[in-house]
Ligand binder design. Structure first.
Ligand code: HEC
Length: 258
């Protein structure tokens, strides 16, 4: 009898312990889900991805109208970012706001909040995944010590040719198309590339390297994207989707000099 009694008690204990553990685990799960969603809400909503270590009281705003918003990157490797720097040329910004969408031509207020008071520069730029600037759209020095700095209205042309140069050619092509190494005689170096590609005949008769306004008839797009050509150009790992979107939009819009 005693034995049975004992084992009944210990069984009950085991069941009770089991319940306690299950409830505790589910509590932990619920709490971590809540913590995660709060984290995600703050991080994803604000677009500020620099940890707020050194924060201050400054707010910096600009009213920006973007043209050619389809070339705003949606990927990690390329980002359109509004950033502040403690000193011009610093390795990393002290605050950062990533812009992933905008309405074509509509004035949009961009702001950086809790900016450190000793901030000296603001930059709107296309950056890589390590926040290194590939192409700056505008840069402004901040000398004012006031809490709110308004940079006013700015228009940003997202398909400037200089962006094509820096985002596509400088990142992916210069090893074989600049200086003493000109494959097929094609020079894609800074200050050289435009006259080497726009309305210039290519290896395919009747198909210029870039035909302004005509993406389909521009050899450069075929060379970089058409797998049927068998060219290694389609597999260049430094080249990202957004680089091609930019190239196509620039050509579609008449391949302007800037
Ligand atoms: C690893 C070396 C290498 C890299 C990097 C490279 N190319 Fe080339 N490219 C070549 C070679 C070799 C040829 C000639 C063979 C051919 O046409 O595919 C060529 C040919 C071309 C042609 C055809 C020119 C003509 O007159 O027909 C274009 C356009 C071109 N490259 C664009 C680019 C662009 C744009 C990039 C960067 C995104 C790039 N290449 C990167 C080696 C390279």
């Amino acid at each position: 009898m005693n034995m049975k009694h004992d084992s009944e008690i210990s069984n009950r204990n085991i069941i009770r312990r089991f319940w306690k553990t299950t409830v505790a685990v589910s509590r932990i799960r619920k709490t971590s889900a809540a913590v995660l969603s709060v984290l995600c809400f703050t991080a994803c909503d604000s677009g500020d991805i620099i940890p707020k270590k050194d924060t201050g009281n400054k707010e910096i705003v600009a009213t920006v109208s973007f043209t050619h918003v389809e070339t705003i990157p949606a990927v990690r490797e390329r980002k359109l970012a509004f950033m502040s720097y403690t000193n011009p040329g610093d390795e990393q910004p002290n605050r950062m706001h990533v812009i992933t969408t905008a309405q074509e031509g509509a004035p949009t207020e961009l702001s950086l909040t809790q900016v450190p008071d000793d901030t000296r520069q603001v930059v709107l730029a296309l950056v890589d995944q390590d926040n290194q600037i590939i192409y700056p759209f505008f840069e402004k020095e901040i000398s004012s010590s006031s809490d709110r700095v308004d940079l006013g209205a700015v228009t940003v042309n997202l398909i400037a040719y200089d962006r094509v140069q820096k985002q596509l050619f400088n990142q992916s092509c210069l090893d074989c198309h600049s200086g003493g190494n000109l494959s097929r005689g094609l020079n894609l170096g800074e200050g050289q590339s435009y006259r080497a590609i726009v309305n210039v005949e290519s290896k395919v008769p009747g198909m210029p390297i870039v035909k302004p306004g005509d993406v389909e008839s521009s050899l450069i797009v075929k060379q970089l994207t058409d797998y049927n050509t068998g060219s290694f150009h389609t597999t260049l790992t430094t080249m990202k989707d957004n680089d091609i979107t930019l190239l196509k939009e620039w050509i579609r819009n008449g391949a302007p000099v800037n």
